[in-house]
Write a protein that binds this ligand. Structure first.
Ligand SMILES: Cc1ncc(COP(=O)(O)O)c(C=O)c1O
Length: 427
């Protein structure tokens, strides 16, 4: 590990959480250079929904490279892009009755968010944007301005411009409807909140701690946007691509966002980001918003293969099936330790979080899990949530094995703490 400490910036993060040198990966497993196998419950922060080195994807990539297919093409027309667009239209948009134009932005999520905010402001001719408490939308300037957690925002780096943060669903507990709160602010010309061009929201806040917006809340938010002529942006970067059980995470609520940001797993593991926009909002002039790496052709090839999973209902059914296993098994863990720990379980589909309501303990769980060959991450404002994000293609046995590791390590940590306490008392 010395080279990383010597050469790599202090900013490095996951290398500290998972201190080994990974070498090979397949499906839901990672292997380090010693050949140690780890179950991956992190899935590249939601980028590997189709698993590591999915053969459907890697074989297509090898074949494409071997026939010297275009790799870099800016936004020129290419066969790879044509095939992706056709498949995205026929497999995803048309069956869902969604009509969107597709913009290829720079290849990371934050690029898509920047593009969405820019377009919304340009079309509405208003600068303000509303975002939600605990929202996470990326770390470039515009996206950072609508990201909640102050760990990422050093105000000396640049004051946040033209963004307001309002309470997400459930922020004040189940009895306060935060849409009513937002409505009051929008209606009151003296509230200090300017009428925004757009409201940006995640249906399930991933980095923010697996906070789930209800369908009713999303429907009310959409209605509010329509009433006040505000664009609704769904940031589906982490929760899209099947994570919640449907391709788009907003499908269950029946809402039709104006703009949708899509990234992470859309590229089947390769960098790719899209902005979907209602056709009448496509008011860009040619070349007005560009980027050297928009539309990477290898990612188009990978993405077109990944979409094969959506050609029938089998994949969605399997996500729902494994989602129920996750909910049940994690529910058992909550019940088992209820007299010793205050844990709340939240989630949908195949994204779940155990909120320990405090900092420290979740970190111990994740560290102990790593020592038991399970890679799992934390989320929430104070790293108070252990976040379960396995590849959607994980088999049931491995899924259960990973969940059992969490159960076991929580039990072991508690035993250790209790024996220390008993030792203290005896002394
Ligand atoms: C909802 C959401 N939006 C935007 C981003 C930013 O994506 P990227 O890290 O690729 O810039 C993330 C990343 O975790 C995210 O979860």
């Amino acid at each position: 590990m010395r080279i990383f400490e010597e050469m790599e910036s202090e900013v490095r993060g996951y290398v500290r959480a998972f201190p080994t040198v990974f070498d090979v990966a397949k499906g839901a497993f990672l292997y380090d250079e010693q050949g140690m196998r780890y179950i991956d419950f992190f899935a590249g922060a939601g980028t590997l929904n189709y698993g590591h080195n999915n053969p459907l994807i890697s074989n297509a990539l090898i074949e494409y490279l071997q026939h010297d297919g275009i790799v870099h093409g800016l936004d020129k027309a290419t066969v790879a892009k044509k095939q992706f667009l056709q498949k995205f239209r026929d497999t995803i948009l048309a069956p869902r009755n969604l009509e969107y134009k597709v913009q290829f932005t720079g290849p990371t999520g934050t690029n898509a968010v920047e593009t969405a905010l820019k377009l919304a402001r340009m079309v509405k001719r208003r600068s303000n944007v509303i975002a939600f408490t605990n929202g996470y939308h990326g770390l470039t300037m515009g996206a950072l301005a609508v990201t909640g957690n102050d760990f990422y925002r050093d105000e000396s780096y640049g004051a946040r411009n033209n963004a307001d943060s309002v309470p997400f669903d459930g922020y004040f507990g189940p009895d306060v409807n935060t849409i009513d709160y937002l409505r009051k602010f929008l209606e009151d010309s003296s509230s200090g909140i300017d009428l925004p061009a757009a409201i940006i929201v995640e249906t399930v806040q991933g980095e923010g701690g697996i906070n789930v917006a209800s369908s009713e809340w999303l429907q009310q938010l959409e209605a509010l946007c329509r009433e006040f002529d505000i664009m609704l942006i769904i940031d589906d970067i982490q929760m899209g691509n099947g994570r919640t059980g449907t391709f788009f995470s907003f499908e269950e609520s029946g809402i039709k966002p104006d703009l949708v940001t899509v990234s992470k797993s859309i590229g089947g593991g390769l960098p790719m980001a899209l902005l979907l926009m209602r056709p009448e909002l496509d008011q860009w002039k040619p070349g007005e918003h560009t980027g050297t790496f928009r539309g990477n052709n290898l990612a188009f090839v990978a993405a077109a293969q990944a979409l094969t999973y959506w050609e029938n209902d089998d994949f969605a059914d399997s996500i729902r099936y494994k989602g129920v296993i996750m909910e049940e098994e994690l529910g058992k863990i909550v019940a088992k330790y209820a007299d010793r720990l205050d844990i709340e379980l939240r989630g949908r589909g195949m994204v779940w979080g155990l909120d320990f309501k405090r900092t420290g303990f979740p970190g111990e769980v994740a560290r102990a899990a790593f020592h038991n060959q399970l890679v799992i991450e934390l989320a929430g404002a104070d790293d108070n949530v252990v976040k379960f994000l396995p590849a959607l293609i994980i088999d049931e046995e491995t899924l259960r094995e990973g969940l059992a590791i969490i159960d076991r390590v929580i039990g072991e940590i508690l035993l250790q703490k209790e024996s220390v306490m008993r030792g203290d008392t005896a002394a």
